[in-house]
Design a protein around this ligand. Structure first.
Ligand code: PXL
Length: 275
């Protein structure tokens, strides 16, 4: 069985980060090892959330794993807490990465043109630096605009996305994938660039008219799980995009949906049959 290490926060209530990554990657058949970077009462779209930073646990946990000779087939990072923590995670990746480890970095920090409440431009710069450690990065357009210094646009064409991919590529990952890319009215999806082959990949599905918290984490966790199942990155992105869109649709049709996240629990059975 493949073993994935995922490093992100625990938002106790909120359906995001580890409370999505752990069930989704496990359901897709990989052992999922977690490294919680912080414990929050909820994700940061709630008011008055509590936060306990766990940075002081990272080094002792990593040292223990090293002494147990633990190996990971993938290391997947999401929402991290602080600039200092990103340095710790970079070091951890260097310690555990081998030729057989796929490093997937989702530089979670922003959406809809804005940084999340906890972050500033120093954090953006650090996250851009972390991308150099990755095989695959999966920022959304807002995160990519912050990391590349490009203007954030709501209306754009393929040339804008290609320019963004080219600048993301300069951050140093092998494959850069932009999420939330809409190249036609009524559509959304992904566009990626593989610097090892010079190949682009575009996948567009029907846009569901709603945005929900945690859908980026659902997308990335699905990609990780599918890549561990042996899918190439392009098919993993396609399945993750379709699965995320389907989950938003199912959530929309639930009259008792919570406002803070998607009903991925209801759609996991369908994910397991997707090809
Ligand atoms: O879904 C991304 C995410 C993860 N973790 C925390 C968040 C967010 C987005 O706001 O607040 C704590």
């Amino acid at each position: 069985m493949k073993r994935v290490l995922t490093i992100q926060d625990i938002s106790c209530l909120g359906k995001c980060s580890l409370t999505i990554a752990l069930p989704v990657i496990s359901a897709l058949g990989s052992e999922t090892v977690i490294l919680p970077t912080a414990v929050l009462s909820t994700h940061t779209m709630f008011k008055n959330f509590t936060v306990k930073d766990l940075s002081d646990q990272i080094e002792p946990i990593a040292a223990h794993w090293k002494s147990e000779d633990v190996h990971f087939d993938a290391i997947y990072t999401g929402y991290l807490g602080t600039v200092e923590q990103i340095d710790q995670i970079k070091e951890l990746i260097q310690t555990f990465k081998t030729d057989a480890t796929t490093v997937i970095i989702d530089p979670v920090m922003a959406d809809n043109g804005k940084l999340y409440p906890a972050f500033d431009m120093d954090y953006v710069k650090k996250n851009a630096g972390l991308c150099a450690s990755a095989d695959i990065i999966v920022p959304n357009i807002t995160e990519a605009a912050f990391m590349t210094g490009m203007e954030y646009k709501e209306e754009y064409d393929e040339a804008y996305i290609k320019e963004m991919l080219s600048r993301l590529n300069e951050l140093g990952a092998k494959i850069s994938v932009l999420t939330g890319v809409s190249l036609e009215a009524g559509k959304t999806g992904v566009m990626g660039y593989d610097s090892t082959t010079g190949e682009y990949y575009v996948y567009q599905n029907d846009k569901v008219p709603a945005t929900y918290h945690g859908t980026g984490d659902l997308f990335s966790s699905t990609c990780v799980g599918e890549i561990m199942k042996g899918m190439d990155w392009k098919n993993a992105m396609r399945i993750a995009a379709d699965y995320t869109a389907h989950t938003i649709e199912v959530t929309l049709s639930n009259p008792k949906k919570p406002w803070y996240g998607v009903d991925f629990e209801a759609t996991i059975p369908m994910l397991l049959s997707m090809k």
